[in-house]
Ligand binder design. Structure first.
Ligand code: GLP
Length: 239
């Protein structure tokens, strides 16, 4: 794992945005895997800025997001589709038809998982996948468990994730109990992974990740097996 340590959140956001921009410049029709959460928000602002200054174009880029709550309407302001439009897609020259998020309103979530998996494969796989990390070590919504599912699937959220994500909702009871998420196998098929971690509350997660062991009860540790992972983090997570 390559590790890039940054002084603060702003520097981490800029370094991560530059890595994404380099990949798009090298391959304008990049298949870019994206994540939600507060961690990548600053990177999205940097990418939008580069696009608005004419330094970077998303015209040929296709995006696939990691996950979405289930059930949730895409127009709901808590959906990950809404988050992506607000933080990135509404501010760049991407064709929205080329932006994909699992459909939180799908009638049959298992069929939606299958459709999403086929979509990724029809796109030729993900070139670069951006990831954050949950406090409990989840990636996407692959929650700690004795078994991890390889393909895109519907999953129950753990109480700790519902509690952590309740900060975005009026009350914890409003947080959806389930989600659609790429599986560990879908994430692993990405050619490159850019993992972003910031904030002291992720310290324990980072030490578990850097132990150089794998533990399905801490799904991010699986990344120790991937051949091309870059971790961009703030210095405070390593103290
Ligand atoms: C959610 C997302 C994850 C994300 C995590 C961390 O649970 N499903 O993909 O990594 O939140 O979010 P934050 O960056 O806000 O800590």
């Amino acid at each position: 794992m390559n590790i890039i340590v940054c002084r603060n959140y702003e520097e981490m956001s800029l370094r991560a945005a530059r890595i994404v921009a380099e990949q798009i410049k090298a391959k304008p029709n990049l298949v870019l895997g994206l994540a939600t959460g507060s961690t990548p928000e600053g990177m999205y602002a940097q990418l939008a800025d580069m696009n608005q200054k004419g330094e970077l174009s998303f015209k040929e880029v296709t995006t696939v997001n990691l996950d979405e709550y289930y059930p949730i309407a895409p127009a709901n302001d808590q959906s990950y589709r809404y988050f992506m439009n607000r933080h990135l897609f509404d501010h760049i020259d991407i064709d929205k038809a080329n932006t994909h998020v699992p459909d939180g309103a799908a009638a049959d979530p298992a069929a939606e998982g299958k459709r999403y998996e086929e979509l990724i494969s029809d796109l030729g796989g993900i070139d670069l996948q951006v990831l954050g990390i949950g406090r409990n070590g989840h990636i996407g919504f692959n929650e700690p468990d004795s078994k991890l599912i390889l393909d895109t699937h519907v999953t129950d959220l753990t109480e700790s994730t519902i509690e952590a994500n309740s900060r975005f909702f009026a009350s914890p009871s409003d947080v959806p109990r389930r989600a659609l998420t790429m599986g560990i196998g879908s994430i692993f098929k990405a050619k490159k992974i850019l993992l972003m971690i910031s904030g002291v509350e992720k310290k324990a997660a980072v030490s578990a990740l850097l132990e150089r062991t794998v533990d399905t009860n801490f799904p991010a540790t699986m990344l120790n097996l991937h051949p091309d992972v870059t971790l961009v983090c703030t210095a405070d997570v390593l103290d």
